[in-house]
Design a protein around this ligand. Structure first.
Ligand code: DC
Length: 233
């Protein structure tokens, strides 16, 4: 894993490809902030969580046990997926909403703890590093996948704020939800994502921390863009 960023440069060509990493816990707002920052700068977007969700969905559909590391890694390496804007396709089927369901989210947190699955997804993530630049959203973007990123941001928000946001997202998508169950699931998922041995959720030492509990999305986006401009100056 030592030379992953060199690979990134290879994919991007000889010229430096600017990379902004946005890591943080589930429902911290990083997905929306990352999308808007990417749109604003005209950069590509990597939603790395979607890859783990796709592996989980493919595993659930294929009847693969969520602790069968070798089979899940095989699935991950050959994942027939495609991204188009914010839409995600698995085997040609639009699964953009399906992968956001709570059962897939929980399963994705389990498959993401398996080192062989993470390793199988590295190459695919590096391929997103293309001119004119990349905004990469996840848990280990700044620590493992793009350690030399131009700007690293770690978004946080209180568990109350995050449970409220996740509740709204699910209801808006037509799923049923219970806020207390959501909060419990978030806490369990945070614990699993931060305590796992492989690429745990933690800020890179050189990441800027941004607590979005009391910020609007626009305020979060503005702050990230300001940091990026300052980093490039
Ligand atoms: O960001 P998200 O909720 O869509 O991510 C789904 C799961 O994938 C989450 O439980 C943590 C895991 N994940 C990860 O381990 N590393 C990443 N870079 C992105 C997500």
């Amino acid at each position: 894993m030592a030379n992953v960023f060199e690979n990134c440069l290879n994919y991007g060509g000889a010229l430096h490809v600017p990379v902004i990493t946005i890591d943080g816990p589930t429902a911290s707002g990083k997905g929306t902030v990352a999308q808007r920052v990417a749109r604003h700068l005209g950069f590509h977007l990597l939603d790395s969580g979607a890859l783990y969700r796709l592996v989980a969905l493919a595993g659930l559909r294929g009847g693969v046990a969520l602790d069968d590391e070798a089979s899940l890694a095989k699935l991950a390496a050959a994942l027939p997926c495609r991204f188009s804007g914010t839409a995600v396709f698995l085997d040609g089927e639009d699964v953009s909403d399906t992968i956001r369901a709570e059962d897939v989210g929980k399963a994705s947190s389990r498959v993401a703890a398996l080192p062989a699955v993470r390793e199988a997804l590295v190459e695919r993530q590096l391929r997103f590093c293309q001119q004119p630049g990349l905004v990469a959203d996840g848990r280990d973007m700044g620590t493992v996948i793009f350690p030399d990123a131009d700007l690293k941001v770690f978004l946080t928000a209180s568990v109350e704020a995050r449970a409220g946001r996740r509740y709204k997202q699910l209801i808006d998508k037509g799923f049923s939800a219970n806020i207390l169950d959501l909060r419990k699931d978030l806490e369990e998922r945070d614990a699993r994502d931060s305590q796992r041995a492989a690429a745990p959720l933690k800020p890179a030492p050189d990441a800027y921390l941004l607590d979005t509990s009391d910020l609007t999305i626009e305020e979060g986006v503005k702050q990230v863009l300001e940091w990026y401009r300052a980093a490039k100056a």
